[in-house]
Design a protein around this ligand. Structure first.
Ligand code: THU
Length: 161
């Protein structure tokens, strides 16, 4: 028997101007997207912006529903929209922002497990890591691949006989 340690490396920034211009733009687009979320039930507005390898940015925001489970998170709205519009183009980065009580949250929003699973599917699909920028007013967390946020994940490789 042995214990395996799985180490997650996350880079923390304290302000937006420490990021590249392209990353700052991605965060701004996510903030705009969060403002347009449809979140009448939770009041928790999430915005996601996805940067494609061709420079195009696709946005998504959470879309809630009176039948709660029928709603969808911002990250999946953005990734599925990107997949629908640019099925051949890899996703290279994604910024995620939340607005709670009318304010961008102080701490970064961290994506739910189902969204992490979809991010990993996208990475596997395009054989390209997705850099995640999780924005909060007081700190910003950057991970260079979604895969790192879901260790021991289930992927298509497991389906092979
Ligand atoms: N939500 C997202 O859109 N993304 C996240 O990363 C966390 C949660 C949404 C789902 C629901 O509409 C609301 O936030 C409260 O959970």
């Amino acid at each position: 028997m042995k214990t395996l340690d799985i180490i997650l490396q996350v880079v923390e920034y304290k302000s937006l101007d420490e990021l590249s211009e392209e990353e700052q733009n991605l965060v701004e687009r996510a903030i705009d997207a969060a403002q347009n979320a449809y979140a009448p039930y939770s009041g928790f507005r999430v915005g996601a912006s996805v940067l494609l390898d061709n420079g195009v940015v696709i946005i998504g925001n959470n879309q809630e529903n009176a039948a709660y489970p029928s709603g969808l998170c911002a990250e999946r709205v953005a990734l599925f929209a990107a997949g629908a519009q640019y099925p051949e183009v890899p996703v290279v980065a994604m910024a995620i922002v939340a607005i709670n009580n009318g304010q961008v949250t102080n701490s970064p929003v961290t994506p739910c497990g189902a969204c992490r699973q979809v991010m990993i599917e996208t990475e596997v699909r395009f054989e390209h890591p997705i850099k995640l920028i999780l924005y909060g007013k007081e700190n910003i967390l950057v991970v260079d691949s979604a895969r790192k946020l879901l260790p021991l994940s289930f992927t298509s490789a497991k389906l092979k006989p």
